[in-house]
Design a protein around this ligand. Structure first.
Ligand code: SAJ
Length: 435
């Protein structure tokens, strides 16, 4: 979709959201500068390459850099629109860390001019966009800030808004264009200004609200999913204790027209769903009871899987163990915050070289396994060599193994991908007869 070619857009932070966003806007026709603190990232992008894995991103970046519509820099410069897409991690005590957002605000403040638009996209605790406005206002007393009367206030000389990304890793370039966007202004006028910008390249509906509501919307979306996965994970433990197949129960319950239970697994991974609920808990610890418990249930599921997998491994003596999958979810090569890595690494520390890792998306042995004796092998070798299978990720390649190829294997299946696997019972060790 065409973007006003006279417009200059700066994207602060060239990560998983910033770089695809910058490249898409550049493809639309605007002049885009990507700002990053890493010289390596800046050099990589300026040479038309990418430092992150995302479907089709490499070709897109190569094209827009070659055409001169995207370049990267360590230094901010004057622009018409500034998009901030920097990390907002949680600290050890689960408190959100918005220091990168405030640092980005301090960095752009000196180059802002009346008429500019500043949009925060990073997942942020409620109130962060206003905090960013106050930081900018304190550095630029000559600019009226929208909203509260900072530097004269009123409508403000610049527009400040919050617009969360909600794209799914692996589909980022598609979803950046097709998904609906929720655009929260510090004032309604700020929201309208940001809306005009997004409408140039977003096909989905763009809906305006306040900055605080938009901040909460993002946190609520990911908490909704975390709570619902926790429900499925809790069911899976209860069903296992009752010797019932949880997958069958969920399949049948979901035939109810208004029930839609998600899938259990070895825990929740990735850098969003397992993190963002803590922003709400931190904002209102007394009342965010279900949200906190869901986090605990999902993290607890990982410990539970380690214990159950260990029981099975112990029951099958000296056999080699295949851990199927390390990615944080199916069919992607992203291992960040992966419960599969956590489970397999703990098993590797306990069982050493008996642990074989099968991950078609990994080129090398991930760091967590160095020195454990565990090794990366392919699926065929695992099927020949291993007697015990711990299924951690539902990659299509694993799902398609026919039942005769896995006959006789002992399987602990956290994703329910081999429902027809015959149960293998461990033989008790033969009693020694005293001579
Ligand atoms: N998972 C389950 N059971 C399920 C669904 C997921 O155990 O039924 C697990 C996955 O295996 C994975 C984790 O949850 O470990 C997260 O996977 P996901 O596919 O639900 O989500 P992400 O982290 O890839 O992307 C999410 C998306 N949020 C929602 O679906 C509400 C995405 O739209 C957001 O933009 C993204 O987080 C983000 O950046 O916040």
């Amino acid at each position: 979709m065409p973007v006003d070619a006279k417009q200059k857009v700066s994207v602060i932070g060239l990560g998983y959201i910033g770089l695809p966003t910058a490249a898409l806007i550049a493809r639309g026709g605007a002049q885009v500068v990507g700002i990053d603190v890493s010289a390596h990232v800046v050099e990589t992008v300026n040479s038309g390459r990418v430092h992150i894995e995302e479907v089709d991103l490499d070709g897109l970046v190569q094209g827009v850099v070659a055409r001169g519509s995207l370049r990267a820099s360590l230094e901010v410069e004057e622009s018409d629109v500034f998009i901030i897409a920097v990390p907002t991690p949680v600290a050890e005590d689960r408190a959100p860390d918005i220091s990168y957002v405030l640092k980005a605000a301090r960095t752009i403040a000196p180059v802002l001019k009346a008429g500019d638009t500043v949009i925060l996209e990073s997942t942020s605790p409620v109130g962060t966009t206003e905090a960013m406005r106050d930081v900018i206002g304190s550095i630029r007393p000559d600019l009226k800030m929208p909203g509260t009367g900072v530097n004269g206030g009123g409508a403000g000389d610049i527009a400040i808004a919050y617009c969360p990304e909600r794209v799914l890793p692996g589909r980022i370039l598609v979803e950046l264009i097709d998904n609906d966007r929720c655009i929260g202004g510090i004032t309604p006028r700020c929201a309208r200004k940001a809306l005009g910008f997004y409408r140039q390249f977003v096909r989905g509906a763009c809906i305006t609200t306040t900055a605080r509501a938009a901040e909460m919307v993002k946190l609520v979306e990911n908490s909704f999913r975390d709570v619902n996965i926790a429900f499925a994970n809790e069911l899976s433990v209860i069903a296992e204790n009752m010797d019932i197949d949880v997958w069958e129960v969920i399949r049948l319950a979901n035939r109810h027209p208004r029930v839609n239970i998600l899938s259990p697994g070895p825990g929740v991974g990735g850098h969003c769903i397992a993190v963002d609920p803590w922003f709400i808990v931190h904002g209102d610890p007394e009342n965010a009871r279900i949200i906190r418990t869901a986090r605990e249930v999902n993290d607890g599921k990982t410990d539970y899987v380690v214990a159950k997998a260990s029981d099975m491994i112990d029951a099958f003596g000296g056999e080699d163990i295949a851990c199927l999958g390390l990615a944080f979810k199916a069919n992607i090569d992203d291992f960040r915050e992966s419960p599969a890595v956590k489970v397999a690494a703990r098993l590797a520390r306990r069982y050493g070289r008996r642990i074989k890792l099968v991950e078609p998306y990994a080129r090398d042995l991930p760091m967590e396994f160095v020195g454990t004796g565990a090794e990366l092998i392919d699926l065929d070798t695992a099927l020949e060599q291993c007697g015990v299978f711990i299924i951690l990720v539902d990659h299509d390649m694993f799902k398609s193994v026919p039942v005769d190829e896995r006959a006789g294997k002992a399987v602990y299946d956290t994703r329910g991908i081999w429902p027809d696997q015959p149960r293998r019972v461990a033989q008790p060790a033969p009693e020694r007869v005293a001579l």
